[in-house]
Design a protein around this ligand. Structure first.
Ligand code: DP6
Length: 325
């Protein structure tokens, strides 16, 4: 039996991934850019075991079967194919943040799983290949493999659709102050959501300008240019939600508190605070701030009603091995 444990952070996208050209391979229709979230992580131990007849999964301390096991076992089968082995594995995975809170747990989960599985088999892959393989488990997981601020390239082939670091975490001290508005499980998660993107007439417009937004946000990051960064991040989030709301069937993720916070964030920025909002496939609001204003934003959010919890995360490093035997 060989075993390895990996840790990976979730990430928050500034330019969003929404819709695939190939759902099975998770080849996205546009490039995306994100930052890893420090302090929040998934820790996954993979133990290859010759005596097993199938993969087993423990999730946050609970033996797990059904859809979650099926998705993980499918991913392990791809990894087995790449390793050219038939051995099954025990997978033990835990998050230090609650699942289903709108903090994308699948990104950290599939990044940690991929990195742990190859390390446990004593096989060293490049970061590029680890990112492509993590991508097939969950698209955004490709972005949790490299460090800091990360771009996931658009490509038509499996080999070239991977994510790479733009700059390391200490390049720009940004903080994500996450207002948790609902802890209910989403009715339509990202996996079911992506295939609906093409049913919106707005998706084509979102995709067309995604390249330019990526270019501009990359520059804004490199120049520490918060005002430009803020306008593009909010525009891109609004565009994705416009696509969601105009898909067939329409997907509305916002709650009244979500909109209240979005409006306040824009007012706070006009007052001079370096803060902007972005939302994933859920009602929680990620308030991206420069460090100097993060505490003020957290305090102001804590005074509002309708917010269940607030999480604060700086820029995180790459998925990495923390233990191996
Ligand atoms: C709205 O990576 O969670 O958070 O590939 O089906 O696992 P699957 O989808 P996922 O989609 C993330 C969508 C998003 C935007 C983003 O993170 O870019």
């Amino acid at each position: 039996m060989t075993q390895a444990t990996a840790r990976a952070h979730p990430n928050i996208a500034f330019i969003k991934y929404w819709g695939n050209s190939d759902d099975a391979l998770r080849l996205p229709v546009n490039p995306s850019i994100s930052m890893n979230l420090d302090g929040l992580f998934t820790e996954t131990t993979v133990t290859w075991d010759e005596t097993l007849k199938q993969d087993t999964l423990r999730l946050n301390g609970m033996d797990t079967t059904g859809q979650a096991l099926e998705r993980v076992a499918n991913h392990m089968s791809r990894i087995r194919k790449r390793l050219n082995i038939e051995t099954f594995a025990h997978i033990d995975s835990a998050n230090n943040f609650p699942t289903g809170t709108g903090i994308a747990s699948s990104a950290a989960a599939f990044a940690a799983l991929t990195v742990a599985a190859f390390a446990a088999a004593d096989v060293n892959l490049t970061e590029k290949e680890l990112s492509t393989i993590a991508r097939i488990g969950s698209g955004s997981a490709s972005r949790s493999v490299p460090s800091g601020f990360v771009e996931w390239y658009f490509a038509k082939t499996h080999e070239e659709s991977y994510a790479k670091s733009i700059v390391p975490p200490d390049y720009w001290d940004l903080v994500d102050v996450i207002a948790i508005v609902s802890e209910q499980h989403k009715k339509t998660g990202s996996e079911a959501g992506h295939p609906t993107a093409k049913t919106s007439d707005l998706q084509i417009a979102r995709i067309m300008n995604a390249y330019e937004r990526c270019e501009n946000i990359r520059l804004a990051i490199l120049n520490h240019d918060f005002p430009t960064f803020a306008e593009i991040v909010e525009e891109d989030s609004n565009l994705m939600h416009a696509v969601m709301m105009t898909s067939k069937p329409p997907l509305f993720y916002w709650k009244p508190t979500t909109l209240t916070i979005m409006e306040l964030v824009r007012e706070w920025r006009e007052e001079g605070l370096s803060v902007c909002y972005t939302l994933d496939a859920g009602p929680n609001v990620h308030c991206i701030c420069e460090r100097k204003d993060a505490e003020t934003v957290r305090e102001r959010l804590s005074e509002l009603s309708g917010i269940l919890d607030i999480k604060v995360a700086g820029v995180g490093g790459p998925a990495h091995i923390i233990n191996k035997r």
